[in-house]
Design a protein around this ligand. Sequence first.
Ligand code: FES
Length: 158
Amino acid sequence: METNIDNIELIFNKHPNISRDTLIPIMQEIQDEMGYLGKDAVWKLSRRFGLPTSKIYGLATFYNQFRFKPRGKFHIQICNGSSCHLYASQKLISDLEKELQISDGETSRDQMFSLEVLPCIGACGQSPVMCINGEYYTRLDAKRLKEIIANCRETQTS
Ligand code: FES
């Protein structure tokens, strides 16, 4: 799904005086509104700022909070920080990648799941930790992880 051009125009209209300093904030606003920076958004930014699209992509990749693909219905953030790592988060990440057939930063073909591996999600005392659409799952193990994913799938089919 591509982003809505009209919404991008609305964001541009809020910033009549554009300069290089306004590029990142505008990119953030677009991402907040659309969930990601789609091709059309990058193209519009390029036209608006008089910069090649490669420059916009370059800048967006430098600040790694930007995404270029839409998130899945279930956006999974899993921690691989030092505390979670001690509790085998890497194995859980591998399990997730196998189960969902996606890697870090990807969205499943059916748009159901997206995966983001993070360095810490602020619940180190309850490692290993995962968060789906803002809901935290702590002290995870492989069995529970499977159940949680199966539950997500079930809620979509029932
Ligand atoms: S290291 Fe995993 S939540 Fe902090």
